[in-house]
Design a protein around this ligand. Structure first.
Ligand SMILES: [Zn+2]
Length: 470
């Protein structure tokens, strides 16, 4: 009898273990989408009114209050200093609620609402088993990573899962990288990093060292792209006419040699307590530009009052951004699956020299792809170009714009031509779903439907295979 009982006990134990194992097997790790900058708007927390983006009224009143001093100083008194101060007054009026104190806390009672209760905002917190993480973009990604850690723990506790899949967009990658650096790899199962700011943007490297330059070609491309397919498409034709007749060149030369040259120092000084005090924006400064930018804003020896912000910036740039390879290599060694997706072939904001770079309109492709060798915007690598590193695969895009062999992870990096930063399409969603649900480490060779290079068509809103150079 004893024997029968023990056999029965064993069988029931085995059954319960196997059903447990079956239940474990069925449970896919949840996906947490770590959003880009300003996905949730900043509000005044006491009454919920908009802080950033600012209300239309605040924009109008700020601009109106600056027009008279700008005209009086610029045209009547020929005072560049006065005109620059008037311009900054308008900008300051618009951005005032975003200001941080020197200790990097908010100057006003401004932030994002923790758990939005209304239906629209609830979609950016949790929606049918999909999880979202949004944050106040003004703060250092290191500070935001602490909140991400809390959110991950909360989701894992609620779902009973041990691991999570992190899917980031843009600035989200700076937060994910900071999280991995601070908290390690134990709770992560997969990383999907799209249009990432993890290597910064040349745009910020230039602006934070006081360099502004309007490029006539970039300006033309930018405006044409902006009005494409809208009621103002005719403006694109006008811009191309102005470029061909060299009128744009003359206007840009005037802007660079007179306006910017005479106003830049005052503008930088006036913006010191606003833009330059945002650690979130500092995280976009590429490591190679950081020493020069730090010196430009804070001098050789930063004043005591800037100790906290400089410490946070130093730590993020030197310990997280500059260690991208170490952090991601560590993740891979720990069994985490990795995929990087970068978009390109959209004109960049034309107020810096680097606007000639290939980008998704916001982040330079060489940075978002972690090291692709790519041609400048509207150019190709040239007919005689040979792939830089021979790994036995073809990593040259069919449009001769990208050599992906120089990426940190050429087998795990995908490219979409023609999609703008922060936009997507249903084919792109399906592609990301494929990555997130792929069993194991997906590569650019895993599935013929999802090779390394895609083309997005704005007119049809569809993504097709671009393929490799023949
Ligand atoms: Zn390869």
């Amino acid at each position: 009898m004893k024997k029968i009982l023990s056999v029965l006990l064993c069988v029931s134990l085995l059954l319960s273990f196997s059903s447990l194992a079956f239940a474990e097997e069925q449970k896919e790790p949840p996906v947490l989408f770590v959003a880009g900058m300003n996905t949730r708007e900043l509000v005044f927390l006491d009454d919920g009114s908009p802080a950033f983006p600012p209300s239309g009224d605040r924009i109008t009143s700020s601009i109106l209050s600056a027009i008279v001093p700008l005209l009086v100083n610029g045209i009547l008194m020929h005072s560049w200093d006065g005109a620059a101060k008037a311009l900054c007054k308008a900008a300051n009026g618009i951005f005032e609620p975003c200001k941080l104190k020197h200790n990097t806390t908010s100057l006003y009672n401004v932030g994002i609402q923790e758990k939005p209760s209304d239906t629209t905002s609830a979609e950016v917190y949790e929606n049918g088993g999909e999880y979202f993480f949004t944050y106040d973009w003004r703060f250092s990604p290191l500070d935001t990573a602490r909140l991400l850690n809390e959110r991950i723990n909360e989701i894992l506790a609620n779902t009973g899962c041990e691991k999570i899949r992190l899917y980031s967009h843009s600035m989200g990658a700076t937060v994910v990288l900071s999280y991995l650096d601070l908290y390690g790899y134990d709770k992560v199962d997969k990383l999907l990093l799209t249009d990432s700011a993890f290597q910064g943007m040349d745009f910020v490297g230039e602006l934070f060292s006081g360099k502004v330059h309007v490029n006539p070609v970039s300006l033309t491309n930018f405006v044409c792209d902006l009005v494409y397919g809208t009621d103002y498409a005719w403006v694109g034709g006008l811009m191309r006419f102005l470029k061909t007749t060299r009128i744009t060149d003359a206007v840009c030369k005037l802007a660079n040699d007179v306006l910017i040259k005479n106003m830049i120092d005052t503008v930088c000084e006036e913006m010191r307590d606003f833009v330059y005090m945002l650690p979130g924006i500092w995280s976009f400064c590429p490591a190679k530009d950081y020493p020069a930018c730090r010196r430009f804003v804070f001098g050789d020896t930063p004043d005591e009052e800037y100790r906290i912000i400089v410490f946070k910036n130093d730590y993020y740039i030197n310990h997280v951004q500059a260690r991208l390879k170490d952090i991601l290599d560590g993740a891979l060694a720990d069994g985490i699956e990795l995929a990087i997706v970068a978009s390109y072939n959209r004109p960049a904001i034309p107020i810096v020299s680097s606007s000639v770079n290939q980008s998704d309109g916001m982040i330079d492709l060489k940075h978002a792809s972690a090291g692709a060798n790519c041609a400048l915007f509207d150019k190709t690598l040239g007919a005689g170009y040979k792939q830089a590193i021979n790994c036995g695969h073809n990593h040259l895009s069919a449009d001769h714009v990208i050599d992906a062999s120089t990426c940190l992870y050429p087998e795990y990096t995908w490219f979409i031509r023609g999609i703008a930063h922060s936009s997507g399409c249903s084919d792109d969603d399906a592609f990301c779903d494929w990555i997130l649900n792929y069993d194991g480490q997906p590569t650019v060779h895993s599935d013929p439907r999802y090779p390394q290079f895609f083309n997005y068509d704005r007119d049809t809103d569809r993504m097709t295979i671009l393929g490799t150079a023949s």
